[in-house]
Ligand binder design. Sequence first.
Ligand code: NCD
Length: 316
Amino acid sequence: MTQISFKGRDILSTEQFSREDILHVCEVAKSFEKVAQKQETSDIMKGCVMASLFYEPSTRTRLSFETAMKRLGGMVVTAASEDTSSLSKGETFYDTGKMVSAYADVVAMRHPKRGSVDELARGCSVPVINAGDGPGQHPTQALLDIYTIMKERGTVDGLTVCLAGDLKYGRTVHSLLMLLRHFSVKLVFASPAELRMPDEYKEYLRDKNVDFKEVDSLEEGIRGSDVLYMTRVQQERFEDRAEYERLKLAFVLDYSMLERCGGVTGSSAITIMHPLPRVGEISMDVDDLPGAAYFRQAANGVPIRMALLAFVTGRI
Ligand code: NCD
């Protein structure tokens, strides 16, 4: 396998990753599993400070970044919210980037504005990792999603993957398809008509010769798929509240639907993923199925972010 150098690089988009890069990240994440699972300790990030800049709500992403850093012996400084930082006084992302370079060795940032993380990275002389820029990109989530598929199914090649729910605003599905295109997959996009995958991503996939189809029912998406990737309807991206209310539970997965589609047990059992949080689109009666992988998926965020932090800071 080609050895890729991530040292000093920003991680802003999944488009930066080749197939070899993805496999390499997953391999290194695997080597961190015991530390992530609290069975071993490590201090490879000793003396290293991560600035955790989360200007949009986050539970898993922020906690797993900070957990990854601390379990590898590093430290974390936090800007709790936009209201309590100088961005609220009108400071630019670029200037914030300049300044944070003096304090930290690496930055993890989330912000509701698309392109905001790229702008901060332009001013920043230490590596910046995009933890979600509005409806834009979420590359670390996409990497942990691929890692999860590999762990759950043994491989990504040869699978049919259904991305379902809010395909219009969901940044996780936009990032994920840019990694999936490196594998021989069939993609199915299942969404209500109003929340279809934007044309720019469909053009992108056509350009890369990726096999995909669109369906407008969840059941149709489930039948024949090996992996079902559910998403939340992204309330915060809607201008029209009534439109959100109408669509929020358009696609709900429950046990009886899975049973009807033959996806519950046996060789046709489907792997069910979700970046979380779920807000009603996966019923709790699905949680105990062997294929329900979403909480394992959330745990996989720690070893993946360990690998990325260690790569960009040059510690491995
Ligand atoms: C996702 C996000 O923030 O984009 N969550 C996450 O990072 N685990 C998905 C979402 O909020 O719906």
